[in-house]
Design a protein around this ligand. Sequence first.
Ligand code: SF4
Ligand code: SF4
Length: 144
Amino acid sequence: MAFWDDKALAEFDQAEWEAVCDGCARCCLKKLQDEDTEEVYYTAVVCRYLDIDRCRCTVYPDRHRLVSDCIRFNAGDVDAMTWLPKSCAYRRLAEGRGLAQWHPLIGGPNAIFEAGISVQGRVISEEHVAEEELEDSLISWVEI
Ligand code: SF4
Ligand code: SF4
C-alpha cells in the first residue's frame, strides 16, 4: 500500500510530506479576504517568486524569509486552513479523499498540467499587478 494511503498525515516523515505536495502552486496565488464575512477569494495573480512555466518556487529554501505570508503548515493545521484549495493534496488526505489520479505520485509529472489543476498558463505575476488592481483579478476556478 502506498504510504499516503497507509499513514495519517501526522505520521509522514519530512520527505513524504514534501512528496505529497502536488505542485499545483494554487497556494501561491494572491488572495483577498472580505473583512466582514472573512470569506476568501482567490485571484489570478501569483507570487513574484513562482516560476510560472514550471510552477516551481524559485526561492524554496528562503521562501518564509522572503514572503511573510508564504504558506507554512503541518498536519495539525490542515483542518483549520479552510482557505486551502479543495484540490490540495494535504486537504484531500486530511478529509479522507485520497490523492487524485492527476497527482504526480499517481499520474506522473505531467498529469497535473494535463488535468488543468496547476496554475500554469492562467496566471500573472504580482510584479505586473498593482495591489489595488487585485480585486479585478478574482477567479472562480479554484474551489475552496
Ligand atoms: S495547494 Fe497544496 S498541493 Fe498545491 S502546491 Fe499548495 S500545498 Fe501543494
Ligand atoms: S515564496 Fe515560493 S512557495 Fe511561497 S508563495 Fe512565493 S512562489 Fe509560492
